[in-house]
Design a protein. Structure first.
Length: 201
């Protein structure tokens, strides 16, 4: 009986230890995510607060995710890719990366209902990078890297591939986030709520 109780006590101790480890990992992951969202806010505050960017909350990008939250997710994912590349000694321009990611889908219309100039539907994938770039240029002073990110993020649908590392990163992050959103594996509210919390601290 005493051996049985010791066995149970050891198992309970082991389970509690594992739960504490998981809890620590979760806390660390949440803190890391908060730090990434603070960096997005630092470099993209003017974009995030602009009325046109706020309007993108009304349009759905993929699945149930708004254009606004998609762009924030792409910026977040891009920073995570950048961090991994930095561990390999590959450096990127963080400011251009964040701003380009936030503006990469700055086309400002509901692409599900939009009819192109000649009445042809569904050419959005080919045309929206140029439209987003024109809209962003009207409102912001863009670096060459930021322009390259916006204009080439749909490669290979855009004929010319990205010319800078940051554009390649955002292109990969956009594909990854789009897949998660289309398959409904990404929560709509997850990014925007945490971004607001991170900015308010």
């Amino acid at each position: 009986m005493e051996l049985q109780n010791r066995g149970k006590a050891k198992m309970i101790f082991r389970v509690r230890k594992e739960m504490a480890t998981l809890s620590d990992k979760y806390r660390k992951r949440q803190e890391h995510r908060r730090q990434i969202l603070l960096r997005i806010h630092r470099y993209g505050k003017d974009i995030l607060k602009s009325s046109n960017f706020q309007r993108t909350r009304m349009d759905i990008q993929h699945g149930t995710v708004s254009v606004h939250n998609h762009c924030v997710s792409v910026a977040e994912c891009s920073l995570e890719i950048m961090e991994k590349l930095e561990k390999l000694g590959i450096r990127s321009n963080e400011r251009a990366l964040v701003r380009g990611a936030l503006l990469h889908d700055y086309f400002l219309y509901d692409w599900h209902k939009h009819t192109q100039f000649k009445g042809i539907r569904n050419l959005h994938g080919f045309r929206h990078p140029q439209i987003a770039l024109e809209n962003a240029k009207r409102e912001y002073r863009l670096s060459r890297r930021e322009q390259d990110i916006i204009k080439k993020h749909m490669w290979p649908l855009t004929a010319v591939p990205p010319q800078c590392r940051e554009a390649w990163i955002v292109t990969a992050a956009d594909k990854y986030c789009s897949l998660l959103e289309t398959l409904r594996l990404r929560n709509e509210k997850r990014g925007s709520v945490l971004l607001r919390r991170a900015a308010n601290r």
